[in-house]
Design a protein around this ligand. Structure first.
Ligand code: GDP
Ligand code: MG
Length: 687
């Protein structure tokens, strides 16, 4: 029997052993060479050994002990590795350094340390110390290999070195006293393998001696004050195994090795050595970086600060993973960039972006969450921020495109609605505005994905401004159309009454014209205001529209009056009036002049009576002077003859010169009528 937990007595029938995998003979790697340089090939070798993608599903074991105590021999037997063994016959020196080789029986990395014999040389002690520190910091199980006869001999058993290593170890795992959270308190299993166990001293005695030695070492360690109360068992578990003499009892040695191997491969055993508590929690693809970092710190002789190493590793790996993730992400986003820049609204862009982000974070989380949690979380935030930033132009682009398309549709919708035979302008604007906003908001909300700092409020405000601008412009057009319509109504309302009044000139003729004008303009204003209210016109717009309306109404009246006071019209009216008096009697019957009739007197009366009407046309002059309308002010948009707005000329229709000429022309026509009447009278006498 060997350790209580690991009986070495071999059963007669050997249970099936794990078969060597194809890694046997695939060689080993010198991870630290004679020049104390760390290899650049570790990751490549791990890959070759099929270990790189193992995540946490791998283990590390290394060995500690004096020179030529059969360490390499043991490792090769236990793990099927191919470390150099000293050739006894040649006393050939093995190559100094730290070596690594995969186990043939499980996903385990085995490390062997090779030193030189003469321990008295200071340089060698330095390397031993460094490699021991390195081993302890990077392995789950440290095999302490020693001869049975070394037990109890402090120097012989290399306990001095172990003490130094423990001291540094305490610096590593002890924490800084005030923050142990965030730092997993890691434990290491120290497995003593007692070589050339003869069996004279019971194994229990040997393990008791070793345990006592370890406790003694622990108590004499110089510990930081805040760790003075810590116990050995807070940091280490001890386990034991004994092996018979390899040369003298080869078969028993082999059997004991096979049995010891099961403790490294059979998870169901209670003495299975790779307990989770010992795992360093470094993903396999980070091992190279991590171990390199530890070695650099060993070299620079600083106390090994494992948390710092783990954080450095986490930073390095998280950055690497983030870079890979970002590449894929960028590739996805690239496909959408062109259409967005070309002004297209990409359907479902928000959910697309969420898919990319989900894929990116899932990939990142899977690979990076294995590393130091604080660093991982920080790098995750960085990654998200960067990803968000990189696609934020897509978000903005989509908003801009949606804005543009919405405005274009709004313009088209309003134009289409106003083409209809009947519509309520105010309702059209309200409906189209609501539809435009809804359409924009649907796109804006979809593309503004949660978890980002994105917003669409600003773009919505810009949209509202533009919608208002379009609506205002369209309302201005609509108002103009309305004013034109009212102007037509005004003209219709004035024309006939004016014609009628001026065809029957009388002293109160102007009163009737201006009354009509007053009523028509008043009702035009009422019509305008009723519609303008529903259009949401502003006070300024109303004021200006009413001014335009007043000006155009006045000009319409002026124009009609000018038409009705043109030479031909006035002459024709006078002629009518004269003929009525001269050629018809009081009953309206055509007169037949007889010689006894006072032709001259009748002619003179008819002519003079008619001539009194002529001055009435000259000026708009109602009996009731209140009826004279106020003159509108000029409008820069309207080219108007100044006469028609100047109070001194606006009401004058026929100038004195024209009056004279009209009088002359009228008299000539009347004279002709007189001559004709005279002739008809003479001829009737002659008959
Ligand atoms: P290392 O320097 O500790 O790695 O030792 P090696 O594995 O190179 O072996 C050194 C010498 O010890 C070799 O000549 C081995 O044959 C011999 N050796 C290996 N295992 C045993 C053992 O169990 N008992 C004895 N007495 N010698 C051994
Ligand atoms: Mg060796």
């Amino acid at each position: 029997a060997v350790a209580p937990s690991a009986p070495v007595a071999a059963p007669l029938a050997t249970p099936p052993q794990p078969q060597p995998t194809n890694r046997v003979g695939e060689g080993r790697l010198q991870i630290v060479n004679e020049q104390q340089e760390f290899t650049t090939k570790l990751s490549a070798s791990l890959d070759k050994w099929g270990m790189l993608d193992k995540g946490f599903a791998y283990d590390v074991v290394s060995v500690f002990g004096s020179q030529s105590t059969g360490k390499s021999t043991l490792l090769n037997r236990l793990f099927g590795t191919s470390f150099d063994v000293m050739d006894e016959s040649k006393r050939q020196q093995t190559t100094k350094g730290i070596w690594m080789c995969p186990s043939a029986y499980s996903s385990t990395l085995v490390m062997d340390v090779e030193g030189t014999d003469g321990r008295e040389r200071g340089e060698d002690q330095d390397f031993e110390r460094k490699s021991a520190l390195f081993s302890l910091a990077s392995t789950e199980v440290l095999i302490v290999n020693l001869w049975e006869h070394q037990i109890g001999l402090y120097q012989g058993a290399n306990m001095g070195l172990l003490k130094t290593v423990f001291e540094v170890n305490l610096g590593l795992f002890g924490g800084d006293g005030n923050s142990t959270q965030g730092r997993t308190k890691e434990k290491t299993l120290i497995l003593f393998v007692i070589r050339d166990h003869v069996g004279a001293t019971p194994i229990e005695n040997l393990t008791a001696t070793l345990t006592a030695d370890m406790e003694k070492i622990w108590h004499t360690l110089s510990k930081p004050a805040h760790l003075s109360d810590t116990r050995l068992t807070d940091y280490f578990d001890l386990s034991f195994a004994a092996l018979p003499h390899k040369i003298l009892m080869p078969e028993k040695f082999e059997q004991a090795v096979v049995d010891l191997r099961r403790r490294f491969t059979d998870r169901t055993r209670s003495d299975y050595v790779f307990q989770p508590a010992y795992h360093k929690r470094i993903p396999a693809d980070g091992v190279s970086f991590y171990m390199d970092g530890i070695w650099q710190q060993v070299l620079t002789n600083k106390d090994l600060d494992l948390p710092t190493q783990q954080e450095l590793l986490a930073q390095f790996r998280c950055d690497e993973i983030a870079t890979a993730v970002t590449e894929t992400f960028t590739l996805n986003a690239k496909g959408v960039r062109k259409p967005i820049e070309a002004g297209t609204i990409v359907d479902g862009l928000g959910s697309l972006m969420e898919q990319w982000l989900a894929a990116a974070t899932t990939t990142f989380d899977t690979a990076a969450s294995r590393y130091h949690q604080g660093v991982y979380q920080r790098k995750r935030l960085d990654l998200l921020t960067n990803l968000h930033t990189s696609i934020s132009p897509l978000h903005l682009g989509q908003l801009k495109n949606a804005h543009k398309a919405t405005i274009a549709k709004f313009v088209a919708d309003i134009a289409a609605a106003l083409k209809g035979p009947s519509y309520d302008f105010a309702q059209v604007v309200t409906r189209c505005t609501a539809e435009a906003r809804d359409g924009f908001l649907a796109i804006a909300k979809e593309v503004t994905i949660p978890g980002t700092e994105w917003e669409y409020q600003h773009e919505l405000e810009l949209l509202d401004d533009d919608l208002k601008l379009v609506a205002d412009r369209s309302r201005a057009d609509e108002t103009k159309k309305m004013v034109n319509g009212i102007e037509r109504t005004v003209k219709k309302g004035i024309n006939e009454p004016v014609e009628l009044a001026l065809s029957k000139p009388s002293t109160d003729m102007w009163d009737s014209v201006l009354k009509t004008y007053r009523d028509v303009t008043k009702s035009s204003q009422t019509t305008y205001l009723a519609k303008a209210t529903s259009y949401n016109c502003t006070t300024d717009e109303n004021e200006s529209a009413l001014k335009t309306l007043a000006l155009r109404s006045w000009l319409a009246l002026r124009k009609k009056l000018e038409e009705q006071t043109a030479d031909t019209v006035v002459l024709s009216t006078l002629r009518g009036s004269f003929e009525e008096r001269f050629r018809y009697d009081d009953q309206g019957v055509p007169r037949v002049w007889k010689p006894e009739d006072d032709l001259d007197g009748a002619f003179k009366k008819a002519r003079d009576d008619t001539l009194t009407l002529l001055p009435i046309f000259a000026t708009v002059k109602p009996v009731d002077s209140d009826l004279l309308p106020p003159l509108p002010s000029p409008d820069p948009d309207y080219d108007v003859e100044e006469d028609s707005l100047d109070p001194s000329t606006a009401f004058t229709l026929v100038t004195p010169t024209r009056l004279n000429s009209l009088e002359t022309r009228f008299k000539r026509e009347a004279d002709a009528a007189y001559v004709e009447a005279k002739r008809s009278m003479v001829s009737s006498v002659a008959q």
